[in-house]
Design a protein around this ligand. Sequence first.
Ligand SMILES: CC(C)(COP(=O)(O)OP(=O)(O)OC[C@H]1O[C@@H](n2cnc3c(N)ncnc32)[C@H](O)[C@@H]1OP(=O)(O)O)[C@@H](O)C(=O)NCCC(=O)NCCS
Length: 168
Amino acid sequence: MEEIVIREATENDAEQLIEYTKIIGGETDNLTYGAEGLPITVEQEKGFLQKISEDKHSVFYCAWKDSVLAGTANLGGMPRRMSHRAELGISVLKSEWNNGIGTELMKHIIDYAKENGIEIINLEVRSDNSAAIHLYEKFGFKKTGTIPAFFKIIDEYADFDIMSLDLR
Ligand SMILES: CC(C)(COP(=O)(O)OP(=O)(O)OC[C@H]1O[C@@H](n2cnc3c(N)ncnc32)[C@H](O)[C@@H]1OP(=O)(O)O)[C@@H](O)C(=O)NCCC(=O)NCCS
């Protein structure tokens, strides 16, 4: 693997992150958005990253290959009686799949969770997303259920698995 640098996102990454979501959104049907990306301005993205940096149970990592944003992984902390849990999201540019970037991002996420008192990491993954499920199982995630028709893309439905990693 060429050298990949993983670091926490800052407000300065906002513009590139918005562009990244458009690229990755057009490369996979596994995410909540397509090639249109997320309906968010650079200012809103900066605010989102600022909030994450202030929350002990949230983190946003970027994987950089030189100046190219090659992947991201984030934990979103939950409020109140769910504050022991955080939700995971992860993606890597298609041109970089199977080069170990997802694995490196997962290591960072799990280390962060352990160091910051997150007890359970939850995620939802398309039931036919074998690569992601393989990655999650490699790190000890277990399937706890299925949500039928979680996505509807045009007129096609996709079921999702619920998975969690119990760090208690
Ligand atoms: C899931 C994703 C993040 C993995 O990133 P990555 O950088 O390719 O991950 P890695 O290279 O570290 O690991 C991929 C693993 O999956 C395995 N794999 C690849 N395709 C597979 C398949 N069809 N079935 C099973 N395993 C598969 C690889 O062999 C590798 O396993 P290993 O680590 O035991 O050798 C990436 O595929 C991606 O961004 N997909 C689109 C977005 C997405 O699905 N995100 C998850 C939403 S829940």
